[in-house]
Design a protein around this ligand. Structure first.
Ligand SMILES: Cc1ncc(COP(=O)(O)O)c(C=O)c1O
Length: 415
């Protein structure tokens, strides 16, 4: 052991308020759940927790889908599982994109060997259903994939119409709801979506590392057409392999569904602490009630917007489509956006988000999600931002941002 290693201390950073686009602070109940002792993965008590988790997420996703469970990994693990298991190389896929995460869907679908048709909208807006329908009409895809709330731009793509288009053309609909599940309505069955995935580290208020997924019977039937049992697990009567094998073992949804079914056919070793976390996230969300939770996220987001505008800042993107709980604030010219973020962190222990790609250096992203969609968290963030901006020479009436946010909380500002 080197001298440096001997002196590594325990993890002991100051509590930081995470007001970026995720991860956010983990709900204390979720942290407590994660410290519960492990059980064996086939222990009846543990498999009961798995079943409970399935039931809880059916409610969170507002679905009756039997196949509602967790993928071990961050949100993109579930995206990858959904796409690699539903697209066979050569299949046509239509990707709806107006931000970084739409482009991520295209990149993953491309790796799956899909023939991709992009329907792109300008960043800061969404894609019109007419354009999506025209692309689906031309491409006759196996699957249409789109992001619900794209945190890179803070825009929320309306999904209802896309569900109808997919039904008319017999395509499966995949939706990435990583950043919206339990913060904005994600009514999977009402949308007519076939596969919807999420992550814990946004509105669900957990850590990254477990990704809830829900799959319609129609999509499951399609995926099971490519079911292959691992050779080392095969027993007489396990059934012959069918279809072209799914290219990933870890993300093979047919295998993972067999693991989460009563067969309990071994696949990976379920990440028990993450399952405890995901289960508790869902319990916390459902105890609050989804409508109340959506309203709390909406209110916090409105307060952030009002506060930023009162400081003379401009909100990025089309307000008609803005996600309720993530706000992109344009960085004023002549201000060093990274220095502001650093001062927020060093002087106030508050993190706000940076941006990527075309928006790098142009906006800060402020999230008000999960446990942080809270009046004091919003007001503290705005107060800190005011102080930092005034030190940077931006002029506005002291207290303007906090007062405007308080007016929203007091109900003085119409919704
Ligand atoms: C909409 C969306 N999709 C996917 C991801 C990727 O999630 P992860 O980093 O958990 O893999 C993110 C992360 O910010 C996201 O906001």
């Amino acid at each position: 052991m080197t001298v440096e290693q001997e002196h590594f201390g325990e993890l002991d950073h100051p509590p930081r308020l995470l007001m970026g686009p995720g991860p956010i602070n983990v709900h204390p109940r979720v942290l407590r759940a994660m410290s519960v002792q492990l059980l064996g993965q086939f222990d009846p008590e543990f498999t009961q927790y798995m079943n409970q988790t399935m039931a809880l997420y059916r409610s969170v996703f507002e679905t009756k889908n039997r196949w509602t469970f967790l993928i071990d990994g961050s949100s993109r693990a579930a995206i990858e599982a959904a796409l690699v298991s539903s697209l066979t190389p050569g299949d046509a896929a239509v990707i709806v994109s107006s931000g970084r995460f739409g482009l991520l869907l295209a990149e993953i679908a491309g790796r799956c060997g899909a023939r991709i048709t992009m329907v792109e909208g300008a960043w800061g807006g969404v894609v019109e259903p007419e354009a999506i329908e025209a692309a689906v009409h031309r491409a006759r895809p196996r699957l249409v994939a789109c992001v619900h709330g794209d945190t890179s731009t803070t825009m929320a793509q309306p999904i209802e119409a896309i569900g109808g288009i997919c039904r008319r053309y017999g395509a499966l609909l995949y939706v990435d709801a990583t950043a919206t599940l339990s913060g904005m309505p994600v009514p999977v069955d009402a949308w007519g979506a076939d596969i919807v995935t999420a992550g814990l580290q946004k509105c669900l208020g957990g850590p990254s590392g477990s990704a809830p997924i829900t799959i319609s019977d129609r999509a499951a039937e399609h995926i099971f057409k490519r079911r292959h049992v691992e050779r080392g697990l095969a027993t007489a009567g396990a059934g012959d392999a069918v279809g072209q094998r799914i290219a990933s073992n870890y993300f093979d949804l047919a295998m993972i569904m067999d693991y989460w079914s009563d067969k309990r056919l071994n696949h990976h070793t379920e990440a028990a602490s993450m399952l405890y976390a995901a289960r508790e996230c869902a319990r916390v969300a459902l105890e609050e009630g989804l409508p109340a939770r959506f309203a709390r996220h909406r209110l916090a987001g409105r307060a952030v917007v009002a506060g930023a505008q009162a400081m003379g800042l401009t909100i990025y993107g089309d307000p008609a489509y803005k996600m309720s709980h993530v706000t992109a604030v344009e960085i004023p010219a002549a201000i060093d956006g990274e220095r502001v973020r650093e001062r927020m962190r060093c002087d106030f222990e508050i993190e706000i988000g940076t941006a990527f790609g075309a928006l790098a250096g142009k906006v800060w992203r402020i999230g008000s999600m999960g446990i942080n969609a809270r009046k004091d968290a919003v007001l503290t963030t705005l107060a800190a931002l005011e102080s930092v901006l005034r030190r940077e020479g931006i002029g506005f009436a002291p207290g303007a941002g906090v007062d405007a946010a308080l007016a929203v909380y007091d109900g003085a500002t119409p919704a």
